[in-house]
Design a protein around this ligand. Structure first.
Ligand SMILES: [Mn+2]
Length: 452
């Protein structure tokens, strides 16, 4: 028995704004050709068929065309719904499409209804477990609120069915997060609300478990037992962090005794994903030592290390590498990442210092004396004004000793930034009033603060 296992097509997904649909359609054409050439008994698609619960009409047309191709070739296909799919929309007309060999498994009541295949050794029962959101299905399955519990209940239903039918070889498609598996950046985490992941052991006794959800191919059989549990991974890379993945679909050959041999079939690569890092000048010169040569056909992520931000960056990069999709800026030397920046910002209480961070971030170099003088003047003027008191109260300008005073100041009093600026520094007498308020606040004993 030979099956072709694939998942996570995410039809309609974009890559950093780049349309992937034509590449997805090309992959599906390739898949059909491979399935025919390698004479597989069936194709198994383990969820995340579409990228969105409400796919675009173009995405629907691509799937429709692919399924028609498999039906015309008399190749059975089993598809389950993943966490990105709407089970109801994907499952529409499933009893009809089944007549053409397209078996959609998107509902709990269909979990234990197998597609029966046969080879020279007898029958193989093929089941599909849709992505099971514990809150939605725990009652129907008589399970607890966890992935492990609902999946175990689904597997029990399947095992009862195979026992009744007297079938020894069973294949199950499931969309789940299996304990110990390695996640990628492009998946939506389904382990929320303490619902957790599920151990591979709950599939013990089955022959082959065709998993979907994680986008990197991996075997999670976990040693013991004869059950092969495997993620085939997505057919296309969906993030630059997946640029080292070798995307594939899995061919699973099951012999008469239920031994499984898996083979990866590399999927077509529409464009390579490449990440380069360096100074703009070196990059534009196509400096091979930093990997900047020959990127005209690649999807490119550029990390610039210049200390001053050059102008019209994206335009200049796209002139040499038309498929540049992502541009990041990390001045060399001091570690500057958004996380580090935010941490630094959080530690700063002096508004002048906070503004200096902004200057540094936008210009790529630290604020000089001139910058600092202007910043200090503006901040001091603001602080000395009614508008400054409002800003402090609303948490926009932080001072080390301040807590907001909602009794005496109304942050909504100034209706716009323009109004603040217009009034800024007009009334020097208010310094004293502001100081007085600060003292009262310190003594008021209210611990709540908008500053944190
Ligand atoms: Mn997915």
């Amino acid at each position: 028995m030979r099956l072709l296992h694939t998942s996570d097509w995410h039809i309609g997904r974009t890559l950093y704004g780049e349309e992937l649909l034509t590449h997805q359609a090309a992959f599906l054409d390739w898949l059909l050709a491979e399935a025919i050439e390698r004479q597989v008994h069936a194709v198994v698609v383990a969820g995340d068929v579409y990228d969105r619960a409400v796919p675009t009409t173009d995405a629907v047309a691509v799937l429709d065309n692919a399924l028609r191709g498999f039906a015309a070739a008399r190749l059975p296909v089993l598809l389950t719904s993943g966490n990105h799919d709407s089970a109801v929309r994907l499952g529409f007309g499933s009893r009809l499409s089944e007549l053409a060999g397209v078996h959609l498994r998107t509902a709990v009541e269909d979990i234990a209804r197998p597609v029966l295949l046969s080879d020279e050794y007898g029958e193989v029962a093929l089941y599909g477990i849709p992505y099971l959101l514990p809150d939605a299905v725990m009652t129907d399955l008589g399970a607890e609120r966890s992935h492990a519990s609902v999946l175990a209940a689904a597997v029990r239903l399947i095992k009862t069915d195979t026992t009744e039918r007297g079938i020894g070889r069973t294949v199950v498609a499931a969309h789940a997060f299996i304990t110990g598996a390695i996640a990628s950046e492009s998946e939506r985490d389904i382990r929320v609300g303490g619902i957790g992941d599920a151990p591979a052991a709950l599939f013990a006794g089955l022959t082959y478990v065709a998993l979907g959800h994680l986008h990197g191919q991996q075997d999670v059989s976990g040693g013991g037992g004869r059950t092969t549990v495997r993620y085939c991974g997505s057919p296309l890379a969906f993030a630059f962090s997946e640029r080292h993945h070798h995307k594939s679909v899995t061919l699973a050959d099951i012999d008469g005794a239920g031994h499984v041999k898996t083979t990866k079939l590399a999927t077509p690569v529409p464009r390579r994903l490449r990440e380069v890092r360096g100074k703009l000048e070196d990059l534009l010169a196509g400096n091979a030592s930093i990997g900047a040569a020959d990127l005209a056909d690649a999807w490119v992520k550029v990390v610039l290390t210049d200390t001053v931000r050059p102008s019209s960056l994206m335009e200049r990069l796209r002139e040499i590498w038309p498929h540049t999709l992502v541009l990041e800026f990390e001045p060399e030397g001091e570690l500057v990442s958004s996380t580090a920046d935010l941490r630094r910002l959080k530690q700063s209480v002096d508004p002048v210092e906070i503004c200096e961070h902004f200057v540094e971030y936008t210009s790529g170099g630290p604020a000089d004396t001139g910058h600092r003088r202007v910043l200090r003047d503006v901040v001091e003027e603001l602080r000395g004004s009614e508008a400054g008191a409002d800003l402090a109260a609303s948490g926009v300008v932080r001072t080390s000793a301040d807590t907001p005073d909602t009794d005496t100041t109304d942050p909504a009093e100034a209706r716009s930034i323009d109004e603040w600026l217009e009034n800024a520094g007009r009334d020097g007498d208010r310094d004293a009033a502001a100081d007085g308020r600060k003292e009262r606040r310190a003594g008021s004993g209210r611990g709540d603060s908008a500053v944190a």
